[in-house]
Design a protein around this ligand. Structure first.
Ligand SMILES: Nc1nc2c(ncn2[C@@H]2O[C@H](COP(=O)(O)OP(=O)(O)OP(=O)(O)O)[C@@H](O)[C@H]2O)c(=O)[nH]1
Ligand SMILES: [Mg+2]
Ligand SMILES: [Zn+2]
Length: 378
């Protein structure tokens, strides 16, 4: 038996709540939840944050049974609930799929929102939830099971969990259009390691370049233990390798807009028929065609989450001193640093910097590290 205890939770005023949710629904309806729109939503949420919390209420919860690590969980009648996986969660509607294939459009029990520290991450794609069915295809989510394997980032000074319960992230970058941003890859790698998920690197649109130009990049990431696949969704190159790496695993496909994330998924499983969009002629950037993170079952085994393009991958909850640990190739050289608390930036007698200067560590990776520690943009 778990310890039962009473928990005091903040309770928001109904009227204010409805107004905000109205805005949320409208915004999601109009410009949808592109990365940008998400960020704007986060901004407006912040304004209406804690200041409006007014009443408190007491609920019964079990100790040591925390909702996605976020605090106590409310006791519910589990026997009346079904378990399912969140396929997508946008605005007020969450689509949940049971193991037998039935789908339910669910709302979220209000008290879950009340208990949550952060509105944005209450229920996210990939979550395993318990919900109370109300009709053949409608229900109410009562509980979110603890998450493992998450990909998260910081956005507007808050955590934004992109997806939950995954084994690996496939970081998609494109050889050209939009231009390659190695620094973004390094940010994804840190975030993946922090979230306890593996990472593979998918270099798409190789049909547009001479593959020889990509060798250095493949070498850098290959050497630090990541699988790098050269792909072309257009010419159907590298797809068998990609399928093999996704088979029977839970993978999130992530990267900038326009790199071809949805195109690659369509290429490995044409039945998905995901919407894809051109890269703008003018800005050479993608147009945020995919609007929500959505989970799909792969016919050859496994699950994938297609996600909206990400412009910025701000790290969340990673201390500058921690970053060094995520650059695995630095490890052999750290012990040569003169100062035990060396940050490997401008300190004298730095083993890591001298290794970079001698070409033992990639300059590109070393620069990424410096940018991350100094908190430099993109
Ligand atoms: N030449 C070439 N073009 C490609 C390839 N893969 C995708 N594209 C094109 O790139 C554009 C963007 O593709 P999407 O699949 O929509 O990109 P995405 O990463 O899903 O973008 P968002 O959903 O906006 O994040 C489309 O015009 C695709 O036709 C490829 O291998 N080669
Ligand atoms: Mg897409
Ligand atoms: Zn050092």
């Amino acid at each position: 038996m778990r310890d039962k205890r009473k928990v005091r939770v903040d309770f928001r005023k109904n009227r204010e709540k409805t107004t905000r949710l109205g805005n949320l629904a409208r915004q999601l309806g109009n410009e949808a939840a592109s990365d940008n729109a998400h960020d704007q939503l986060a901004g407006s949420e912040r304004l209406s944050g804690k200041g409006r919390l007014s009443r408190r209420r007491t609920i019964i919860a079990s100790a040591g049974d925390s909702a996605s690590g976020d605090g106590p969980q409310r006791d519910i009648d589990v026997s009346k609930c079904l378990t399912g996986r969140v396929l997508s969660s946008a605005g007020l509607t969450t689509v949940v799929r049971c193991a037998d294939g039935r789908r339910f459009e669910c709302t979220i029990r209000k008290v879950l929102r009340t208990m949550s520290r952060d509105e944005r991450n209450i229920v996210i794609t990939g979550d395993e939830v318990l919900f109370l069915p109300e009709s053949i295809d409608k229900g109410v989510i009562e509980r979110v099971n603890p998450r493992h394997g998450v990909l998260a980032r910081g956005s507007q000074n808050r955590e934004h969990i992109l997806v939950a319960n995954i084994d690996q992230v496939a970081i998609v970058i494109s050889a050209v259009e939009p231009a390659l941003k190695p620094h973004l890859v390094d940010r994804f790698l840190v975030s993946a390691a922090k979230g306890n998920v593996g990472a593979i690197i998918c270099l798409n649109k190789v049909d547009l370049v001479d593959p020889a130009d990509l060798q250095m990049l493949c070498g850098i990431y290959g050497q630090i233990g990541h699988e790098v696949i050269l792909l072309s969704a257009e010419r159907q190159l590298g797809l068998d390798r990609l399928r093999a790496l996704l088979r029977n695993r839970q993978t999130v496909i992530a990267g900038q807009s326009g790199v071809g994330k949805s195109s690659l998924l369509n290429a490995i499983q044409p039945g998905l028929s995901l919407r894809t969009g051109e890269v703008s002629d003018w800005t050479k950037k993608g147009k945020h065609t995919t609007r929500n993170a959505e989970l799909y079952e792969l016919e050859f085994g496994g699950w994938v989450v297609d996600t909206p393009g990400i412009r910025q991958m701000e790290l969340w909850d990673v201390l500058p001193a921690e970053i060094e640990g995520y650059f695995v190739e630095f490890r052999p050289f750290v012990r040569f640093c003169k100062f035990p608390n060396c940050r490997h930036l401008h300190e004298s007698g730095c083993g890591v910097r001298s290794a970079a200067a001698r070409g033992l560590i990639s300059t590109m990776r070393f620069q990424s590290y410096c940018k991350l520690v100094l908190g430099d943009g993109d």
